[in-house]
Design a protein around this ligand. Structure first.
Ligand code: PLP
Length: 400
């Protein structure tokens, strides 16, 4: 009989989106006349199609696969050099120097943030913010690692800072944050890098939403901070930047400088370990996708993506304006596609979910799904269509 990884028994049922779907279905069945009015602002998925240059590049790449001279089979596990270099150029244009060979191209920040746990032994102390993108918690729970939570609250603007009394080995940071939309500034990230260097810890920095940052003073990469290459891995994705949620392209930067001591007095390089892991378990992101993904990082490609992001930003502005009018304080919405606010009238998040569905036919995401500290909060996303977002906000405005 196989001995199972019983840590899976400790992973909480991911009931958030299933429960949302269930409640919406019940509402539709009991109020069929209102079913068509439902507006979904809960999803974290994009609604705009891929940009012109990406589509053109996809077609080109498909055609090149039809010709034996240009056909490509297996590619490098780390990604094609043309794609790594395109990303390194993009970093450079944003004022950050990253070596192309430190960039590993992959098929999703979800897979990479999950798979990275393999590089770390079980007896690490893992520091995770609450509220949080649930993947960090679930993947470490599957590994049986020891998770400590740091509180993201109204008092710290949902941006937990290092606590010298807590000795962590692995620290997850996500900025701009899902679900709170909060974004660390330079001084705050400097404090985290200083903590990591002092405590020999590693920061796993998820910057999947970096392209949504408009404030030029806010870092778009952890490597904007001096010393970060000695203590941080960065995860990034084209999912929200370029509408690749269904197309799949991400990249993870594991600098060569990341070297830690082993228990037998030697050293191991995280870069070499990740390389070994990818070469063993991953056969690369499809050539066609890398070819199209690389176009995103050109000036023209990014300009098109920023036009789409601008569209979502306008939705975020409408949501923020409505909340302001209502006197509801919130985080996010400016440098982030997410808007996070305290549920009105002291409601808990599931109670507010039902209230909003019943009285405005608007679906959002209850904060309870992201951790204890989210239980009185609610997340709306700016990824919907303008007309729907506008309509949803008009309905919201006429409530309570
Ligand atoms: C913070 C964060 N990281 C990673 C991801 C996953 O991105 P990908 O689509 O590249 O797997 C998401 C997606 O919602 C996210 O919110």
């Amino acid at each position: 009989m196989p001995k199972l990884n019983e840590n899976y028994q400790n992973v909480k049922d991911s009931y958030l989106f299933a429960e949302i779907a269930r409640r919406v279905k019940v509402y539709e069945e009991t109020h069929p006349e209102k079913a068509a009015d439902i507006i979904r602002l809960g999803i974290g998925d994009v609604t705009l199609p891929l940009t012109k240059s990406v589509i053109e590049a996809l077609h080109e790449a498909v055609d090149s696969q039809a010709v034996s001279e240009t056909f490509k089979g297996y590619g490098p596990e780390q990604g094609y050099a043309f794609a790594q270099e395109a990303i390194a150029d993009y970093y450079a244009r944003n004022g950050v120097e990253v070596k192309a060979t430190d960039i590993f191209i992959s098929d999703g920040a979800k897979s990479d943030t999950g798979n990275i746990t393999e590089l770390f032994a079980k007896d690490n102390v893992v520091l995770v913010p609450d509220p949080v993108y649930p993947v960090y918690v679930d993947t470490n729970t599957m590994d049986g690692k020891n998770i400590i939570y740091m509180n993201g609250t109204k008092e710290n603007d949902f941006l937990p800072m290092p606590d010298e009394n807590v000795k962590a080995d692995i620290i997850y940071l996500c900025s701009p944050n899902n679900p709170t939309g909060a974004c660390y500034n330079k001084e705050q990230l400097e404090a985290w890098v200083a903590y990591a260097l002092k405590n020999d810890a590693v920061i796993l920095y998820d910057s999947a939403y970096e392209a949504f940052i408009t404030d030029p003073t806010l870092p778009r990469s952890i490597y904007a901070i001096e010393g970060a290459k000695k203590c941080a891995i960065e995860f990034c994705s084209l999912s929200k930047t370029a509408g690749f949620t269904g197309t799949r392209f991400s990249y993870t930067v594991v600098p060569e400088e990341l070297v830690f001591e082993t228990s037998n007095g030697g050293t191991l390089s995280l870069h070499n370990m990740w390389n070994r892991r990818q070469c063993t378990k991953f056969n690369g992101t499809p050539y066609i996708i890398q070819y199209a993904g690389a176009k995103v990082f050109t000036e023209e490609g990014m300009k098109e993506c920023q036009e789409n992001i601008g569209y979502y930003r306008e939705n975020a502005r409408m949501i923020a304006e409505t909340l302001e009018k209502k006197g509801i304080s919130f985080t996010g919405g400016v440098n982030s596609p997410y808007i996070w606010f305290e549920c009105p009238k002291g409601m808990e998040s599931w109670e507010f979910f039902d209230y909003l569905l019943e009285n405005a036919q608007v679906v959002g995401t209850p904060g309870a799904g992201f951790g204890e500290n989210g239980k009185n909060y609610f997340r709306l996303t700016s990824f919907g269509k303008h007309e729907k977002t506008k309509e949803a906000m008009e309905r919201f405005n006429s409530l309570f």
